[in-house]
Design a protein. Structure first.
Length: 506
């Protein structure tokens, strides 16, 4: 009986990620296959658009999306996450294409992959734990805004039928899941609008208007650049920037998928896996890339995929669609894909974070960090800058808040026949809080003997040691004796090592 109950129990989130278990379930396998098809369709116009941003032939973006998705399906650490050509990478690398051409560009992609492998193996993914939740929320909200902004040009100065077509597609992607989830709503919207526009002979923008689709498979590509130090000087800064931006977007997207699926992923493996995927992409003539939050949300949230099967098939379907069925894919109306991406924006944005009740309950500093992150990402269209500013703002506000937690209490009484002033310091002492510590003592009014009791505090950095040196020096200047007691072992060792060697001037 217990065995039968266990067999009838719904699969756990971890079991849903299993390729082997999914292959045994026709229903779940169908979900993965259809999700891969939807993502493959959605990747085509995005890859072409990002190629245009980078200043390269659309084939480089399409080949990159194929090789990134297929490679990361095997070597990545986050099942169901989609990696392909991205706008963030295109923005970083575009100046190199303009100044030195495609061969230097591809060489930079390969070098960026090498950097990502080194960073992944050195444990850079562990730094993710230092990114506050408010920065993560700002990152997600900013990406939703950027995805929506990228769709606006597709709705400006276009034939009037585009608007009712977009509205119809939105009605399908938002309404169909309430009736049935047997087929992904985005796929239904794409097929329905394509059939409608073809049979009605509507003259509306299509995928084919974005650029020529490749007619052959990707092949081995060796960039024609001198193997010299001068070449390294040219591509090094672009490759390093690409490596960091790619890892940042990939790891934060992985964390988002972890939250959506209630599972854990191997972030270090994902980091070096991104590097392997970029190296493969570079040697097949692709523009490189990283994880894509928009397509990942289509795959995970809109289509319900959970395994590497959908990621692999997204790349395979993309290649089949653009090479073998290019004529068919080219007639898909952009209105259908715009509607799908608008749905992704809605699903991605953390609406709870901007509700009045949430804003009233949330500490003001947390809201400031989120707003700063959103503002910088949207203003610069650069995820690395936005997240960096968000983390910096969070650090400053945290330092200010913690600095005020330090208290100093003064008592004066006679100890062993000698009038003594005792200061009890309570709190964590570091560069922000220790700067105010110097002002908390009555140097001129205190008696000849002073005790500073540190049992309820901890010394964290050299700034605190310098502050204590300055305090003791000030008392000696007034001819008074100072005794510091109660330091824990770590604090005592730090003071023994640095005390009197940093300068005590204030």
């Amino acid at each position: 009986m217990a065995t039968k109950a266990a067999a009838d129990a719904p699969p756990t989130p971890e079991q849903l990620q299993s390729v082997r278990e999914t292959l045994k379930s026709p229903r779940r396998l169908k979900t993965e296959v259809l999700a891969g098809l939807v993502v493959g369709l959605a990747l085509i116009p995005e890859a072409i658009a990002f190629s245009i941003i980078a200043g390269v032939d659309p084939r480089l973006g399409l080949f990159a999306s194929f090789t990134m998705a297929v490679t990361i399906a095997f070597v990545g650490g986050r099942p169901a996450m989609i990696s392909a050509a991205t706008g963030a990478i295109a923005l970083v690398i575009a100046p190199l294409v303009k100044s030195h051409g495609v061969d230097y560009f591809i060489a930079a992609v390969i070098l960026a992959g090498i950097f990502q492998i080194i960073l992944g193996l050195s444990g850079v993914a562990k730094l993710m734990r230092f990114i506050p939740r408010s920065v993560m929320v700002g990152f997600v909200n900013a990406l939703a805004i950027l995805i929506f902004m990228a769709q606006v040009p597709e709705l400006v100065n276009v034939p009037w039928p585009v608007y009712p077509l977009t509205a119809l597609a939105l009605l399908i992607v938002f309404g169909l899941p309430k009736l049935t989830k047997a087929v992904p709503a985005p796929l239904v919207a794409i097929v329905a609008l394509t059939l409608l526009t073809v049979f009605a002979s509507m003259d509306v923008p299509t995928v084919g208007d974005k650029g020529d689709l490749p007619e052959s498979l990707p092949s081995l590509f060796i960039p024609d650049v001198p193997f010299s130090f001068e070449t390294l000087q040219v591509i090094f800064p672009f490759a390093l920037a690409m490596a960091f931006v790619g890892l940042l977007e990939s790891l934060m997207t992985a964390k988002l998928v972890d939250d959506v699926t209630d599972t854990r992923s191997h972030k270090s493996r994902e980091a070096w896996g991104q590097g392997v995927a970029n190296i493969v992409t570079g040697f097949t003539g692709g523009m490189g890339g990283c994880a894509m939050i928009g397509q990942t949300m289509i795959n995970v949230k809109a289509s319900g995929a959970r395994t590497r099967i959908s990621t692999f098939l997204a790349g395979v379907f993309l290649l089949i669609l653009v090479v073998a069925l290019g004529d068919l894919v080219s007639v898909i109306p952009m209105a259908a894909l715009v509607a799908v991406m608008i749905f992704v924006c809605w699903a991605t944005f953390d609406w709870h974070s901007i509700q009045p009740r949430t804003l009233k309950m949330m500490p003001r500093s947390e809201t400031m960090v989120m707003v700063a992150t959103v503002a910088m990402v949207v203003a610069t269209h650069n995820l690395a800058i936005g997240v960096g500013v968000g983390v910096l703002v969070a650090m400053v506000l945290f330092a200010r808040r913690v600095a005020h937690f330090v208290t100093v209490e003064r008592t004066v009484k006679t100890i062993n026949g000698q009038e003594t002033a005792t200061y009890t310091v309570d709190g964590e002492l570091f560069f922000a809080s220790s700067n105010d510590l110097y002002t908390q003592f009555e140097y001129a009014l205190d008696p000849g003997h002073v005790i500073i009791d540190m049992r309820a505090s901890h010394l964290w950095d050299a700034s605190t040691i310098a502050a204590l040196d300055a305090i003791t020096e000030k008392y000696r200047h007034h001819g008074k004796d100072v005794e510091i007691v109660g330091l824990n072992d770590a604090s005592a060792q730090m003071r023994a090592r640095l005390g009197g060697k940093l300068g005590a001037s204030h």
